[in-house]
Ligand binder design. Structure first.
Ligand SMILES: Cc1cc2nc3c(=O)[nH]c(=O)nc-3n(C[C@H](O)[C@H](O)[C@H](O)COP(=O)(O)O)c2cc1C
Length: 403
C-alpha cells in the first residue's frame, strides 16, 4: 500500500554541506531501486524528510535512516496511506533553506509535486512542509535534556525492613511502587498494586474471586494496603490505591469504611489517593459523583489512572477535575520518537497546568522517554526505569545523575 512517512531530525554538525549533497545523490540512486520517492528540507540545523513508497520498503528504509549517526533526535511526524504520490519521479531532492528564501522553496516544492496548489493547501503532508519552511512550530523535540548525558545510580528506599514472603491471613498481597520526582531526588508517593496470594496479577486475582462479591472484596483489600503502609513506616508519604468506582457506589458505607481503615493504620486521609481508571470513571460517572464528593469532604485525593487510554479523554475534565492525572503508558512509550505522542502530551501538560492538576507519567522504561517528558514539563514519574514494584515492600530506587 502506498505509504507516506514524514520525520524530523537534527543533522550532526560534523556532517558538512558537501556530505549532505553526496548523501542525497546516493539516496536518490538507492530509492530508485526501491521505487521510493520524496524530498528533504534542510534549514542549517534541522531536517524534514518526506518518503513515499510501498509500506514495506518505507518501513525498512526508515529503520536504516533512524539508526544513521549523521543525524539525531529522529522523530516520526506522520505515517499515512494514500492513492497517489506527491513527488512522483523525484527519487530524493534537497531543498536548502540556507540558500533559497522560504517563499522560493515553497514554490519549488509545489512545482516538484504533482498536486494542484488548491489541493496542496488542504494536504497534511504539505502542511508539515509549510510549517517547517515558515518555522511554525511542529511537535518539536524538547531537547533541554539528552539521555546520553545521564546515568542512573541505585539507592535503597528509605523505609523499614522488607517483609519476607507473603503476609498471612490475607486474601491478597500488595506490591509497592514509588512515584518519584527525579530532579528533586524525592519520592512523592507509593502506589499499592494488588497481587494474588500466588503473586499473580490483579486481573488473575479478580478473576479468582466470587464475582458477586467483587466490590466488597475490592473495598476490603484496601485495608491490607493501609496496614502494609503502617508496617513499613511510610511516614508522611502518600499512598495510592486503585479502586473500582462502583465499589464506592454499591457497598453501603464504603467511604466510612475507607476513612476508618486509614485512621486505624495511623494514616491521614490527606495521605491517601484513590486511583480510578478513565473508562471506569466515565461509565459510572453520575452514580459515582456523590461518592467523589464524600471522598473530597474527607480529604482523600483522587487520581485518574491510564489517562488517554480510553474513550473519555479531555472531555472528562470538563465534568470533573481530579487532583492528579496519570498519563497512560501507551502514550509515554517511545515518546522521544513520535511526533503525534509528543503533541498529545504537550496538550495534556498545557491544560493540566491551567487547571492545576498534577501529572504523573506511568510506565517509564527508558532514559530517553524521561528526558523528553521532563523537558516538556512533567516532574513525576513511575516506571521500571526508576523503581520496580516490590511485594510487601519498596525496592531500590534508581535516581538519574548527570555523567
Ligand atoms: C537525513 C538522512 C536521510 C537519508 N535518506 C535516505 C534515503 O532517502 N534513501 C536511502 O537509501 N538512504 C538514505 N539515507 C542513508 C541511510 O541512512 C543509509 O545510510 C543508507 O540507506 C545505506 O544503508 P546501508 O549502508 O545499511 O545499506 C539517509 C540518511 C540520512 C542521515
Amino acid at each position: 500500500m502506498l505509504t507516506t512517512l514524514i520525520y524530523r531530525s537534527q543533522l550532526n554538525s560534523s556532517c558538512k554541506s558537501e556530505q549532505l549533497d553526496a548523501l542525497i545523490k546516493h539516496a536518490r540512486q538507492r530509492n530508485a531501486l526501491m521505487n521510493i520517492t520524496g524530498i528533504m528540507l534542510f534549514n542549517g540545523l534541522e531536517i524534514l524528510q518526506v518518503l513515499e513508497g510501498a509500506e514495506e520498503s518505507i518501513v525498512k528504509l526508515f529503520h536504516r535512516i533512524r539508526d544513521d549517526r549523521r543525524h539525531t533526535d529522529v522523530v516520526e511526524l506522520m505515517r499515512d496511506y494514500g492513492p497517489r504520490r506527491r513527488f512522483e519521479n523525484v527519487g530524493m531532492f534537497l531543498f536548502d533553506l540556507r540558500i533559497e528564501s522560504p517563499k522560493a522553496v515553497l514554490e519549488s516544492v509545489l512545482r516538484y509535486s504533482k498536486l494542484e496548489s488548491y489541493l496542496a493547501s488542504e494536504d497534511r503532508v504539505f502542511k508539515f512542509i509549510q510549517s517547517f519552511i515558515t518555522q511554525k512550530k511542529t511537535a518539536r523535540a524538547a531537547s533541554a535534556l539528552t539521555a546520553d548525558k545521564w546515568t542512573l545510580s541505585k539507592e535503597n528506599a528509605p523505609f523499614g525492613e522488607r517483609i519476607e514472603g507473603l503476609i498471612a491471613n490475607q486474601s491478597c498481597q500488595f506490591a509497592l511502587q514509588p512515584i518519584v520526582e527525579p530532579t528533586q531526588g524525592k519520592i512523592t508517593s507509593l502506589e499499592a498494586l494488588i497481587r494474588g496470594n500466588d503473586g499473580g496479577s490483579p486481573e488473575r486475582f479478580f478473576q479468582s474471586i466470587d464475582q458477586n462479591k467483587i466490590y466488597e472484596i475490592d473495598l476490603q483489600t484496601k485495608a491490607y494496603a493501609f496496614a502494609l503502609a503502617e508496617k513499613l513506616g511510610i511516614g508522611g508519604h502518600k499512598i495510592a490505591v486503585n479502586l473500582l468506582p462502583m465499589s464506592l457506589v454499591n457497598v453501603p458505607g464504603a467511604v466510612e469504611f475507607l476513612v476508618d481503615q486509614i485512621k486505624r493504620h495511623g494514616l491521614q486521609p490527606e495521605q491517601v489517593v484513590i486511583e480510578v481508571t478513565e473508562n471506569e470513571m466515565i461509565s459510572g460517572f453520575n452514580q459515582f459523583n456523590s461518592a467523589i464528593k464524600q471522598l473530597r469532604a474527607e480529604g482523600i485525593g483522587l487520581a485518574i489512572d491510564d489517562f488517554g487510554s480510553g474513550y473519555a479523554g479531555l472531555s472528562l475534565l470538563t465534568r470533573f477535575q481530579p487532583d492528579k492525572i496519570k498519563i497512560d503508558r501507551e502514550i509515554v512509550s517511545d515518546i522521544h520518537l513520535s511526533g503525534p505522542k509528543q503533541a498529545i502530551v504537550k496538550s495534556i501538560v498545557s491544560c493540566c497546568t491551567d487547571m492545576e492538576i498534577s501529572l504523573v507519567a506511568e510506565g517509564i522504561e527508558k532514559l530517553e522517554e524521561w528526558c523528553w517528558l521532563e523537558s516538556a514539563g512533567i516532574r513525576r514519574f513511575q516506571g521500571f526505569l526508576f523503581a520496580r514494584p516490590q511485594l510487601n515492600g519498596v525496592g531500590d530506587i534508581h535516581w538519574p545523575h548527570i555523567i
